[in-house]
Design a protein around this ligand. Sequence first.
Ligand code: ADP
Length: 401
Amino acid sequence: MKDMNILVINCGSSSLKFQLINSKSEEVIAKGLCERIGIEGSQIAYTPAGGEKIVTVTPMENHTTAIRLVLNALTDEKCGVVKSLDEIGAVGHRIVHGGEKFASSTLINEEVLKAIETCNDLAPLHNPANLIGIRACQELMPDTPMAAVFDTAFHQTMPKEAYLYGIPYHYYEDYRVRRYGFHGTSHSYVSHRAACMLDKSYEELKIIVCHLGNGASISAVKNGKCVDTSMGLTPLEGLIMGTRSGDLDPAIIEYLCNKENKNVHEILNVLNKESGVLGLSGGFSSDFRDLEKAYNEGQEKAVRTMKAFAYRVAKYIGAYTAAMNGVDAICFTAGIGENNPLIRTMISSYLGYLGIALDEDANSKRGEEVLISTGGSKVKVLVIPTNEELAIARETVELVG
Ligand code: ADP
């Protein structure tokens, strides 16, 4: 593997996460987060490997200022990790929506930027921010190659029957209304790790990946290709999430508009920001640490919420087992999947028909790669911490290598 430092950038509308990763050792050399970009009270948190986190409150009028601060921190005499920007070989950008245009990562040039821009209306909150991040990096590092790694790309292998909605076909032809899916980098990384852990060929396995974080999605990966995933045109569809509703009867939207005297936009805001686990628990919390504690105290609001969450995941596992005519491995990842043994137990309690039994000791672990099904389980259940930044760095090296 080529030895270079890759700067991974995940740019949101007012935040920017970064990691500098060495491609050979795959170690994180430094990482950090800029928050409240363009808003009063902005700050950068920067942590060099083996060092303390340094938080600096400083004005950031835009993303270019934020990236300049990141580059200054990385090359700083005292706390920096590289001598000059020449030691950054390439930049990998996380891009949320690549529409149907991008089925894989790509090196960035003007044509690619234009193509990403045409996907903006599919992800109006994310893509414009991603593009701003690229432009800002190009301004400050004009000679450094940059790659775009898309959240949607891994899912582009889905067959038509999985990505089409049951609506007039011309909506697909005219406006590309279809299932795209998100978290693709994570689903790809975790399914590849599963094959490694099981010491089997990736192309011969049927894998279900449950990415359970604040945003949550599930995917079916058959013979090395994604064949279905739960998020849709937008990340609102599918599982019950931290604050997103996931699947519901679309007629509920008009019904609630009438009852609450709100417009569609306002109700969609409720479905995105006030629903899911937060909404179901009556506004108690969107955080599973709070829910787990309340569940163990027998509080009904947490019991109903966690049960509904687990049931939805189990239902999708059933559907994807059918879609693939079987399953070899089920993987849990992301904040909840990696760290919440209770929810893994609750989901697995629906999977006896697959011959699944959990090893309680193994399942009590949090945040590490571990097989949690018993030796006798025909279908293997795995916990695999996701690492989207490393996956982006690897893709970037491959492209510039
Ligand atoms: P996202 O990246 O989508 O914002 P995460 O993958 O960080 O979300 O997941 C957030 C969820 O994971 C929260 O509900 C939180 O309770 C849970 N979580 C994260 N870390 C831990 C932990 N160490 N122990 C228990 N739960 C955790």
